[in-house]
Design a protein around this ligand. Structure first.
Ligand code: EPZ
Length: 427
């Protein structure tokens, strides 16, 4: 397995980072290609492991997919076998998002249960509850969800679905199922992430009738299967990638970095908290300038569904607070086990105490390089950021976690002056 070696940045980070397309927008949009038999094209798609896994899944389902980053082309065709195997789903839980499209288009689907992952149990009960409300008959069989449309594989029916809690992929799965259902579907207490809004745009490009994507209530007028056409769409920029590089710039004293191609309004809460901490952030057209000259101040953060502070930015912001003056409280409310970066940061000299779902962070003058272990996507990114400011050298192992969600991270960081390289074969 690869590792990433980071030596302390010789000087502040300076220059421009270009943001790639959003992983968490590209994944549902790729699943949405299953709703139409036509040939679709996605542009501005990041080159990431999760994208390759999804392409492999679409191929397994019978569609011909060409990944030519930043483009992906899904050829005309149908799914001979609407089944998503455990071998693929276990690699990426977002694979569960083929369930809605397959059930809506073919009246049946067999999709492996994703299983838990490092950050939590991550059940899909809300996905299944919504599909059953639309008439699907669902049973669990040997770790698989086996689903059929009403009356032995018929067309889903529009329904009113109230989510017990906002779920991003749950909202997306049911939007796609509703796009081909008979009649009107109303989804209530939806996730409001920009990636959900993006899926709504793409579904409407294909001829669906989706209203309210990005708000907590979404209405979908179903169209007959076969009536959705292909689409050609450029994916929105990745706000979490952008936020990660903003934190990296803020972590290194004296930095001045331009984050190119990011949409600042998708990061309002992150920008507000960083400014409170003493980071200078300015919007410059389709770019965000981040600079930090003075000391960092401790700022409390509690994660929440959008438009709250994103859970996917919690680990990164926690590293920033390790360097701030004073004590900050970082509370994680979305996932039950999303502090695995903490023990690794403690090995680098961070002063953090975990109290339930809150990390109490006392800022220190310096972090010290160490060999640390990546555990999940965003925790890995936080360890790389810590390495940028740590004294001496840091080795982040198991960087396959990073490759799931950050395109060419070492290249992009080297481009703004970081001393960082990838080394092969370190477990
Ligand atoms: C999406 O995951 C993102 N992944 C995650 O990003 C992100 O952290 C998460 O939303 C929250 O913003 C993609 O979009 C591919 P949820 P998702 O369903 O949809 C509970 C990354 O780093 N829940 O919104 O799986 C769940 O356990 C990844 O890029 C149920 O209880 O998250 C969690 O506590 C990590 N039942 C909460 O809801 C359900 O049926 C929010 O989960 C579904 C979810």
């Amino acid at each position: 397995m690869d590792a990433i070696l980071i030596r302390q940045a010789p000087a502040p980070l300076r220059g421009t980072v270009h943001i790639s397309g959003a992983k968490n927008a590209a994944l549902p949009v790729l699943c949405a290609t299953l709703l139409t038999d036509g040939a679709s094209r996605l542009r501005n798609v990041p080159k990431l492991r999760d994208i390759d896994t999804t392409a492999a899944l679409l191929r397994f389902l019978g569609r011909d997919v060409v990944v030519d980053a930043p483009e992906i082309r899904v050829a005309e065709g149908t799914c001979a076998r609407p089944e998503a195997p455990y071998e693929l789903v276990k690699q990426m839980r977002a694979s569960v998002m083929v369930l809605g499209p397959l059930l809506a288009r073919y009246g049946r689907a067999k999709v492996s249960l994703p299983g838990g992952c490092a950050i939590g149990a991550r059940p899909i009960d809300q996905h299944l509850k919504g599909l059953e409300a639309m008439g699907a008959v669902i049973r669990l069989e040997r770790g698989y969800v086996v689903a059929e449309g009403p009356n032995g594989g018929g067309r889903l029916r529009g329904a009113e679905v109230l989510f017990d809690l906002p779920t991003v992929t749950g909202t997306e799965n049911l939007m796609m199922a509703a796009a081909l259902a008979k009649g009107r579907t109303t989804l209530i207490n939806c996730a409001r992430e920009p990636e959900v809004e993006e899926l709504g745009r793409v579904l409407n490009k294909a001829g669906a009738k989706v209203d309210g994507a990005g708000t907590d209530v979404i209405h979908v007028e179903g169209v007959p299967p076969g009536e959705l056409g292909p689409f050609d769409h450029a994916i929105i920029p990745d706000r979490i990638e952008a936020g990660t590089y903003m934190i990296a710039a803020a972590a290194v004293q004296g930095s001045d970095v331009l984050i190119e191609g990011a949409e600042i309004h998708d990061l309002d809460t992150v920008v507000a908290k960083m400014r409170h901490a003493g980071v200078q952030i300015e919007s410059e057209g389709r770019a965000i300038r981040v600079a930090r000259n003075g000391p960092l101040s401790a700022v409390p953060v509690t994660t929440a569904p959008h438009p709250g502070f994103p859970t996917d930015m919690q680990a990164q912001f926690l590293v920033l607070m390790c360097l701030a003056r004073g004590e900050s409280m970082i509370t994680e409310t979305v996932f039950e086990n999303r502090f695995m970066h903490v023990p690794e940061l403690q090995r680098m000299g961070a002063q953090i105490v975990l109290r339930g779902n809150t990390a109490v962070v006392d800022g220190v003058k310096a972090l010290y390089g160490a060999s640390v272990m990546a555990t999940d996507l965003r925790a890995s990114a936080s360890l790389v950021i810590a390495g940028l400011v740590a004294v001496d050298e840091t080795e982040v192992r198991r960087v396959y976690h990073i490759d799931r969600g950050y395109e060419r991270i070492e290249e992009k960081l080297r481009g703004i002056g970081a001393r960082i390289e990838r080394v092969k074969g370190r477990s």
